[in-house]
Write a protein that binds this ligand. Structure first.
Ligand SMILES: Nc1ncnc2c1ncn2[C@@H]1O[C@H](COP(=O)(O)OP(=O)(O)OP(=O)(O)O)[C@@H](O)[C@H]1O
Length: 231
């Protein structure tokens, strides 16, 4: 995945500036930044949901939006579905829309996470809904997975299950970008960290380098970057 010379504005406000980023395949990358830093916006741009007027996005060698969408699985918060929709209906919708969606893979992940096909969306707790989002997103066979705050509002036991499912169902050559405010919760997953600060990509750093050069955990490093204690 490559982003070149990206500038992005919304409603006249600069949201992302001079973004250049190249990620190797096979890695799990943590996308970190304070509220409103632009993490969701960047994921939506990479996935081809938000259009850009300045900049080029390349995923698996493709720059056309339609081809990028085939290669990218973006976690969807399911707001487009009705409260009365059953999980089974949502799964069938995904299966109809995405050629790379595997019902078998969905069922494996759903069984692991304890999801019940007959439940309606309205009956799901925040944690169960989060698990459904993960199962649907990972059941596609994409080159790049974008997981936007998959642990938001989810208790620690369910968080661990979700993290285990990400590790278990990740293909070796696919890349995952994961954003979350629970930095410590996702730390064990990460190979590299990208930090957005003041509309710019402040850092792309391997986790090993954070440990070897700064002798810090990811959260402490991230906080020091934000506080300006690491330049
Ligand atoms: N549709 C929109 N119209 C105008 N501004 C927007 C729109 N969507 C997002 N923004 C602005 O873009 C900036 C980045 O928002 P974004 O949701 O990408 O941040 P984030 O890092 O994901 O935040 P959070 O951690 O709170 O989810 C914010 O200042 C937000 O107000």
């Amino acid at each position: 995945m490559k982003i070149e010379e990206l500038n992005y504005k919304k409603g006249g406000k600069k949201i992302l500036e001079d973004v250049n980023l190249k990620l190797d395949s096979g890695k799990i990358i943590g996308l970190l930044g304070e509220n409103g830093a632009g993490k969701t916006t960047l994921m939506r741009i990479i996935a081809g949901v938000n259009s850009v007027s300045e900049g080029v996005i390349t995923v698996n060698g493709n720059t056309k939006k339609i081809l990028i969408k085939e290669n990218v699985s973006l976690s969807d918060h399911l707001d487009g579905f009705k409260a009365t929709n059953k999980i089974s209906e949502i799964v069938h919708f995904y299966n109809a829309v995405y050629q790379d969606f595997s019902i078998t893979k969905y069922e494996d992940i759903a069984n692991f996470l304890g999801l019940d096909m007959t439940k309606k969306l309205a009956a799901l707790s925040t944690g169960t809904r989060g698990k459904l989002v993960i199962a649907l997103t990972l059941a596609r066979s994409a080159k790049l997975y974008l997981l936007d705050e998959p642990l938001s509002g989810i208790d620690s036991i369910s968080r661990k299950k979700i993290i285990s499912s990400i590790i278990r169902w990740k293909d070796d050559d696919s890349t995952i970008i994961i954003s979350d405010h629970y930095v410590t919760a996702i730390a064990s997953l990460l190979d590299e960290v990208v930090i957005i600060k003041n509309q710019k990509i402040r850092d792309l750093i391997p986790v090993e380098q954070i440990q070897s050069d700064y002798h810090l955990g990811i959260e402490a490093y991230y906080e020091k970057v934000y506080l300006g204690e690491i330049q």
